[in-house]
Design a protein around this ligand. Structure first.
Ligand code: PLP
Length: 394
């Protein structure tokens, strides 16, 4: 047999098919908005991370177009050579102001921000303590570091403290890493307690606020701001691809953090910087967020309304404290069926099952945004009711 036929991969693909988890990528025609055309069909979109509707906001599109006219379409190099435009510097200044931190370092995505930052700040002789439900990019970032790693039970402070108590003295630096908002359940990390433990045991803190930035805190400043913990978290990560609507990731923190990452953040040294057409709308988005609460208010209004209506129907919404609205179904097959039937009836909500979430806790995850109208939300609730009753979920 010819190795280039990749039969060893074909066999694995067949396994995916046999276990019912094989899927094709959905195809979106047009912008990612509250109502979309998906695989040729018009549906209500409850699956995006476009929390504020910024991904196709006219002001952001204008800013992108103007930036292309002035700067072209590519940055042309990595930042450490000649790919660091005045636009990139302005973006980081505006973000630092937004996050109320000394400095911000931007990467090309949230994923490679975690991959690049964690390995740059901890090394052999250090320990990483990570919440067991942290995002995949944190897990990969930890794997790239030569530090020892251990996990604590999700949001469990006794578990975290027992690790600190047992291991703190054996290491030089200890880094506690948590998501700010957990993307599968929509719960918020107990940051005040985490920070207090970090201070008690002289550990560093690292909060990945991909789902909190643009959502929680004053004008969407994030989870650290929500809890009033400015100055007490060492590294705060955000994405520019969710609420901000464009692409990119960043670390907010001290000047020292930024100075070090500009020398040792590998994605900055070895991968070209964000294009002008991404950077300019990011600046526009952050300025817009700082100038008005209109978008964050509408996001929360919509989320509260949608949760209240689904709750009234008797759906199990788990322990969400944010606009992320999981509807827990349980059984994996039934979850995927529910998602499929919702789509047939014009509502797109992705099903999420093991191994992304624990076995038996399959769910559809609804992402309500500021851009949804009450009519669209009402229609979605109606479809949830009809399909939920048909399938005897409610
Ligand atoms: C989405 C997400 C990321 C990745 O961000 P991208 O900008 O899409 O690469 C990282 N961390 C968390 C917690 C996320 O939810």
């Amino acid at each position: 047999m010819n190795i280039h036929e990749l039969t060893f991969l074909q066999e694995k693909i067949q396994e995916l098919k046999d276990t019912g988890v094989y899927r094709k990528l959905p195809i979106l025609e047009g912008p990612n908005e509250a109502e979309i055309t998906l695989n040729g069909k018009k549906v209500i979109n409850l699956s995006s991370n476009n929390y504020l509707g910024f991904a196709s906001h006219p002001k952001l599109k204008d800013a992108a177009t103007r930036a292309i006219e002035k700067y072209g379409v590519g940055a042309g190099a990595v930042r450490t050579i000649v790919g660091n435009m005045d636009l990139h510097e302005e973006m980081e200044k505006v973000l630092a102001q937004f996050k109320r931190e000394e400095a911000v370092m931007v990467f090309q995505s949230g994923f490679n921000c975690n991959a690049g930052t964690i390995q740059a700040i901890v090394e052999k002789g250090d320990l990483i303590i990570s919440d067991e439900l942290n995002h995949a990019s944190i897990i990969d970032g930890c794997r790239l570091s030569k530090a020892d790693k251990t996990v604590y039970k999700h949001a469990d402070m006794e578990s975290l403290e027992s690790v600190l108590k047992e291991k703190r003295d054996q290491y030089r630096n200890v880094l506690i890493i948590t998501d700010g908002v957990f993307s599968m359940d929509g719960d918020i990390a107990p940051l005040p307690e985490i920070v207090a433990l970090a201070e008690k045991y002289n550990a560093l803190t690292y909060v990945d606020d991909a789902h909190g930035s643009g959502v929680l805190g004053e004008n969407g400043r994030g989870t650290v701001d929500h809890f009033g913990l400015h100055g007490r978290v060492d590294f705060t990560i955000g994405t520019l691809s969710k609420a901000i609507g464009v692409i990119g990731g960043y670390v907010a923190g001290s000047h020292t953090m930024k100075e070090w990452l500009s020398h040792r953040g590998r994605p900055l040294l070895f991968s070209t910087s964000l294009p002008p057409a991404a950077v300019a709308p990011i600046i526009e988005a952050v300025n817009l967020l700082m100038s008005t609460r209109e978008y964050t208010d509408r996001l929360w209004d919509n989320a509260r309304y949608f949760k209240q209506e689904l709750g009234k129907l008797g759906f199990d919404l788990g322990k969400s404290e944010t606009p992320i609205t999981p509807v827990i179904i349980g059984n994996e097959g039934k979850t995927m069926d529910f998602s499929r039937k919702l789509l047939e009836n014009g509502v797109f909500v992705s099903g999420i099952v093991f191994p992304t979430v624990p076995k038996g806790t399959g769910r559809v995850r609804c992402m309500v945004t500021a851009a949804h109208t009450k009519e669209q939300l009402d229609q979605a609730v109606k479809v949830f009711k009809q399909v939920g009753q048909e399938m005897e979920i409610i």
